[in-house]
Design a protein around this ligand. Structure first.
Ligand SMILES: O=C(O)CCC(=O)C(=O)O
Ligand SMILES: [Fe+2]
Length: 263
């Protein structure tokens, strides 16, 4: 795992909202991860979010990707990678935050002809608000313009507070909320398998459709600063967990959201 960051990467992250780490996983690590992911997916079946009754989007006429949330909770090898403190340390260096918990992980598999992922911001959809939430997006296949790589709208993480919730159905949805952003030049990020990006949870981003006959597999993990508090949004929380939370409570369940890094 490549865990050293340059000062340029940190600077770029803070100004533009994202960082690219080439060859984050080496060939052997990538192969091993693909294998454990296949096993974890087979074990999970069609359940999208553990503890919630939501099956797949497969019934959907316009699938965007196949999504499986919180595989780390059932697969020890995924847990080992995703809770690795070296990833938490990268998040800490990029965002200038001392300590992180995992929020959740998910694998996002764009199958042949799956639709684009519309422009959206992540953090307004999560159960806490933070200017410093951050995701790692690991390419498990080469991510290309053809098969649905990510696109970022640079610097948008520093604009408009926590406005812009939801993932609009249409590509132009976010620009109805933020018309000024329609002139910001999108930056596509093609990645070799094993490379990754980190993006701030307020940065606007999207992905293209998969116009190939192969899969575009990505594994994503989301980290929240220690001390983040519940904002009333359910997101991936179970009904039981939701019943126990009041707005303003710290999200500090060490079983569900363990600390991954403390400076
Ligand atoms: O991979 C995709 O299509 C979307 C990923 C995304 O929105 C995210 O990781 O926040
Ligand atoms: Fe996203």
């Amino acid at each position: 795992m490549k865990t050293e960051l340059s000062s340029e990467q940190i600077k770029h992250h803070r100004t533009d909202g994202y960082t690219i780490v080439e060859d984050f996983l080496n060939r052997d690590e990538l192969e091993a991860f693909r294998t454990v992911l296949d096993e974890a997916l087979a074990e999970r079946g069609s359940l999208r979010i553990p503890g919630q009754d939501q099956e797949d989007f497969d019934e959907d006429d316009d699938p965007v990707f196949l999504q499986r949330v919180n595989l780390w909770t059932s697969c020890p090898a995924i847990k080992e990678l995703i809770l690795d403190p070296r990833i938490g340390k990268i998040c800490s260096q990029l965002e200038g935050v001392d300590a992180y918990r995992i929020w959740h992980d998910h694998c996002l598999i764009k199958r042949p002809w799956d639709n684009p992922t519309s422009w959206h911001r992540d953090n307004p959809n999560w159960s806490f608000y933070s200017e410093h939430s951050i995701s790692i997006w690991i390419a498990l296949d080469d991510a290309t313009i053809q098969n649905g790589c990510l696109y970022f709208l640079p610097c948008t993480h520093r604009l408009e507070g926590f406005k812009g919730s939801g993932i609009p159905r249409s590509m132009n949805g976010l620009f109805k909320t933020f018309p000024d952003w329609a002139t910001i030049k999108p930056e596509p990020v093609e990645l070799k398998a094993g490379s990754c990006t980190f993006h701030n949870g307020l940065l606007a981003h999207a992905a293209g459709p998969n116009m190939t006959t192969g899969l575009r597999r990505a594994f994503v993990a989301i980290f929240m600063p220690v001390g983040s508090t519940f904002n009333g949004i359910q997101n991936i929380l179970t009904e039981d967990h939701l019943d126990q939370l009041e707005v303003g409570d710290e999200l500090c369940d060490d079983a569900l959201n363990p600390i991954v890094y403390q400076k």
